[in-house]
Design a protein around this ligand. Structure first.
Ligand code: XMP
Length: 594
């Protein structure tokens, strides 16, 4: 929340953020072990860390010896607390205490084997040879005086080091990732044997604390939310409802017309079950549809939706009474999205919708903001939701993008035939990808062998690496017309195409639900693409993926009977010519086609 809450728990372990992507993962793993942990900027003064039992210095992309690289306050090494440096964190530890860090003759990325060299509490019960995961080029080449080398790999002589009396440890590998076989045990040893932490964290116990915090921040004011039907805004709203009562909360839902089949009804039902007169729908379908007419480029679509969403919110604020000082805005912001914890660029982007609207900006600057979940991770939000008795069908929903079906409704502005290549068929459908840290917008390679062909995912990856002009490979699961007769059509977002997509998406969802396949995938976008014949101008793409956080993802196979049933049912739908199966991992493809 905007002010430090009085009832907030004190972290036993602080993770210092040196800019690495693993910082949140470390914190989450520590919390999973039952110890409350928070992230702080790496340069946090030691005086602010007094009283913590342990400090973890995270991994990061910089080199300790470069100007401007993230540093720590050297006084933290004098505090009476344990320290664990991970990757860059180990290098910082060594660098500050008189050791040497150098660029390695070669990098070490991926799996490696650690041989432990000496007895140490962090390796209690897990000594010997073990699989670890590495991602570094720099290494510690000399430990500080009094420190001991605790383990090494073939490429890295100092893969673990420590000083038992000072309780300082460093590891070059990443104990927080699943590929490090005994990483969880190592973290547990650090927390309980080295830091002497107590188990003090269970997200299920948080509801009462958060409700108290909401009452304190809201004072005698009311809270309104823009809800989406997603897990975060629903759980945040429910906590406010419990804290303040029905008469003091409102949930506003904007129906953009870009929602999935039955979504508005679902959200209405969920909120109706929570309380009376707390929920209102703003019908804005026509406004969105007309703003998107004739627009092809993905970024332009996003921009139009973002701006219009902001406009609709502003209209609601101005027409209602939510701008007067009796109201504060509630948001479902979670821990990784908060700026203090180094929220990702993606999170910033997703949040611009809300933050840009002038009325909301005003509320924020006046400190009229309640964010009940700002210290929780997604899994923890789900646990709180269970504790509140929210329906499992809501809590187990797959993530769904803010711009909705608009980014799953591909548009083209010309009729172009598919083209024969040695490796397959070049379909002139442009989709977004992410290659070498930058965005691409390129055609798709179609394979006419079915998605169940052994080794097909491997082949797809190889083809994308070899053919510079494409960023995706999809396989043809079924078609009414021979592949050589397919063409793109001139097609934009329209009511007809959205209805086709909704019907296809709904069918896929119900088959996945009935077969239990939806529990096996992280997300399953269904995309409509303007590829077909004059009678059947569109095709459907299936994109089941596995992921941890959406930042990277793997295209996954599907059981053949389910795929066959799904393909046949989709081909029976009006206007649908073919069913494609996206074989592309992220990178080089993105999850959404846009
Ligand atoms: P991409 O397509 O970038 O998607 O690989 C990664 C994950 O983010 C979701 N996504 C969004 N979520 N607002 C959201 O709330 C958005 O604008 C947005 N765009 C993409 C996407 O569904 C996937 O899970």
């Amino acid at each position: 929340m905007s002010q430090p809450p009085a009832a907030q728990q004190h972290p036993q372990v602080v993770v210092l953020d040196t800019g690495g992507q693993y910082c949140h993962l470390i914190t989450r793993k520590i919390r999973e072990l039952g110890v409350y942990s928070e992230i702080r900027p790496s340069e946090t003064p030691a005086s602010e860390l007094r009283g913590v039992k342990g400090i973890v210095i995270s991994g990061g992309p910089a080199s300790v010896y470069e100007d401007g690289s993230p540093q720590v306050d050297p006084a933290i090494f004098e505090l009476d607390c344990a320290v664990l440096g991970i990757c860059y964190g180990q290098q910082l530890l060594a660098w500050h205490l008189g050791g040497t860090v150098q660029k390695g003759s070669k990098g070490e990325y991926g799996l490696a084997y650690l041989d432990t060299r000496a007895e140490a509490p962090i390796f209690r019960g897990i000594g010997g040879r073990q699989q670890i995961w590495m991602s570094h080029r720099d290494t510690v080449t000399e430990v500080p005086a009094g420190y001991e080398v605790l383990g090494s790999t073939e490429t890295c002589a100092i893969a673990a080091m420590g000083h038992s009396a000072k309780r300082h440890y460093g590891v070059q590998f990443h104990p927080e990732v699943v590929h490090t076989e005994r990483g969880r045990q190592l973290l547990s040893n650090f927390l309980f044997d080295v830091c002497a932490c107590e188990q003090d964290w269970n997200p299920r116990d948080q509801a009462l604390r958060i409700e108290e915090e909401i009452r304190r921040v809201a004072g005698d004011r009311n809270v309104f939310f823009f809800v989406s039907g997603g897990v975060d805004s629903t759980v945040a709203f429910t906590l406010c409802l419990r804290a303040l009562g029905e008469s003091r909360v409102r949930a506003l839902y904007v129906d953009t017309g870009l929602m999935r089949d039955g979504e508005t009804e679902f959200v209405t039902r969920v909120f109706a079950s929570l309380g009376r007169d707390i929920f209102a729908v703003e019908h804005a379908q026509e406004r969105f549809l007309s703003a998107l007419a004739g627009v092809r480029e993905p970024e332009k679509k996003r921009h139009i939706i973002g701006e219009l969403f902001v406009q609709v919110q502003q209209d609601i604020l101005e027409s209602g009474h939510y701008l007067d000082e009796n109201w504060v805005l509630g948001q479902g912001t979670i821990y990784p999205d908060t700026i203090e914890s180094g929220g990702t660029a993606k999170a910033d982007l997703i949040k611009t919708h809300h933050n840009r609207v002038a009325g909301i900006q005003k509320l924020i600057s006046e400190n009229r903001l309640v964010e009940p979940l700002h210290l929780l991770y997604k899994d923890e939000v789900r646990e709180v939701g269970h504790e509140l008795g929210l329906p499992p069908e809501l809590l187990s929903r797959h993530p769904f993008p803010g711009p909705g079906l608009a980014i799953r409704c591909l548009c083209e502005d010309a009729v172009r035939p598919v083209e024969r290549l040695d490796e397959g068929w070049l379909a002139p459908l442009h989709s977004v990808g992410v290659q070498g840290d930058s965005r691409s917008y390129r055609p798709v390679l179609l394979l006419d062998s079915p998605p169940s062909t052994p080794g097909i995912h491997h082949r797809a990856t190889d083809l994308i690496n070899r053919l510079p002009g494409i960023n995706r490979v999809a396989s043809l699961a079924g078609s009414h017309a021979p592949v050589e007769s397919l063409t793109t059509t001139v097609a934009y977002i329209s009511a007809t195409r959205l209805d086709r997509l909704r019907a296809a998406d709904s069918l896929v969802r119900s088959l996945c639900h009935a077969s239990g396949y939806d529990d096996k995938v992280w997300q399953f976008p269904v995309i409509i693409v303007p590829l077909g014949t004059p009678e059947r101008p569109d095709s459907i793409v299936l994109r089941p993926i596995d992921s941890v956080d959406g930042m990277t993802a793997q295209s996954v196979p599907m059981p053949l009977p389910l795929l066959t049933e799904m393909t046949n049912a989709l081909l029976a739908q009006q206007g649908i010519c073919a069913v494609l199966y996206d074989l592309t991992h992220k990178p080089p493809g993105t999850i959404e086609w846009e």
